[in-house]
Design a protein around this ligand. Structure first.
Ligand SMILES: [Zn+2]
Length: 388
């Protein structure tokens, strides 16, 4: 059935009131329920109208209008959606529901009183989340309360931080000790040409504030080392690792076992990328897969190996997805699975990965590993304290 047929059928089953009838009763009126989207309502509605988008009528109207015997007039822009809303409420047992024919467009044209309502901007900003099963009001609050650390404001960290900020993650920590270089801009979309030479954490904070001023960005303009890792990462709910070097990956892994915070791991190499989630003691950790750093000749970094500029966009976006799922507590995370992406073949593959019961880092839950610093070539560079 077409939308037009649905509306026509709804109108045949409900009562409609005219704008003139409603205007005559405006002071002594029942509930007026405006079912338009927040971005429409913010331009004006009837005085005192209750605001609830049509998509939320089923789930939320009993909160907005608790008494099913209340007289309700539903309005929208032209009188079509309001007919659908009225029919939905009628089916839910509302005894006295009508739809205003002609809608707010006609109402305003005829010179009846209207007002610009106070609409919480966040209702508009997150409108597509608020109607999304799995997010909704409660999920959006969880995102607002969440603290996510993003390690590296580079190729992977860029899409991660941008999407987390856009989604309304309340606190985003950015750990990076680097400055913006011209050669970064081929892929690091947090930064732009005028930010060349500035600290990446400052450039990132500026970009994210422009995108979503509700988000608090905490800059950590430092390199993560054994001596500061626990202090910096403490208090975050999720860590997203977008660093391109092995020493940091091992350090982040070992710190996450102390703090019991999940790490969304991502890596890119030429035309390929990988994502997984290391969920401490519930799934494998990084050392379950790679107990010790590789010899330097097998560990080229991004600068040496080259990377397709858009590749971190793909991998970082998947990391952001995983981080949001972890915060929301929905879906299946990539814990125990390694997702690999091959851009040349345009193929995604998921491999199962298991926790190693003899893992040097996570086998013994009571004794998380001593944090160590490796040098850039991944040679052991001295421990904060010796391993047992
Ligand atoms: Zn492990």
């Amino acid at each position: 059935m077409s939308y037009g047929e649905l509306v026509a059928r709804a109108k045949a089953q409900i009562r409609e009131v005219s704008t003139a009838d409603l205007a005559a009763r405006l002071g002594d009126l029942p509930v007026i329920l405006d079912v338009r989207e927040p971005d429409e309502v913010r331009r004006g509605t009837l005085p005192g109208a209750v605001l609830l988008p049509l998509g939320q009528v089923d789930s939320a109207v009993s909160g907005a209008v608790p008494d099913k015997n209340t007289e309700v007039v539903v309005i929208c822009s032209a009188g079509d959606r309001s007919a659908l809303g009225a029919l939905a409420m009628q089916r839910m047992g509302y005894a006295d529901v009508a739809s205003m024919a002609g809608g707010f467009g006609l109402w305003r044209m005829q010179g009846h009183p209207w007002e610009v309502p106070v609409v919480d901007d966040r209702r508009i900003r997150y409108a597509r989340h608020l109607v999304l099963p799995g997010v909704g009001e409660a999920g959006q609050r969880r995102l607002g309360d969440a603290r996510v650390a993003v390690l590296g404001a580079g190729g992977l960290g860029s899409p991660v931080a941008l999407y987390l900020a856009a989604a309304g993650v309340g606190t985003i920590g950015i750990v990076d000790d680097d400055t913006v270089d011209l050669s970064n801009l081929q892929r690091q979309i947090l930064h732009d040409t005028p930010s060349i030479g500035f600290a990446k954490v400052d450039s990132a904070a500026k970009t994210l504030a422009r995108l979503n001023p509700d988000v608090e960005v905490i800059g950590h303009p430092t390199r993560l080392v054994a001596a500061n890792a626990l202090e910096i990462l403490d208090g975050y709910d999720v860590v997203v690792d977008g660093t391109d070097n092995f020493p940091t990956r091992y350090l982040v892994n070992d710190a996450s076992l102390h703090l019991r915070v999940p790490v969304v791991h991502g890596s890119i190499f030429r035309w390929e990328g990988q994502v997984t989630v290391f969920d401490p003691y519930r799934g494998p950790c990084y050392r379950c897969l790679f107990p010790e750093p590789p010899p330097p000749e097998f560990a080229p970094n991004c600068a040496e190996a080259g990377v397709l500029g858009v590749l971190p966009g793909v991998i970082g976006s998947i990391q952001a997805t995983e981080a949001l799922k972890l915060v929301l507590g929905v879906g299946e995370s990539l814990a125990g699975r390694l997702l690999t992406y091959d851009a040349l073949a345009e193929e995604l593959t998921t491999l199962r990965i298991d926790r190693d019961s003899s893992c040097p880092a996570c086998a013994d839950e009571k004794h998380p590993p001593v944090l160590v610093d490796y040098d850039d070539a991944c040679r052991y560079a001295g421990a904060v304290a010796r391993r047992r």
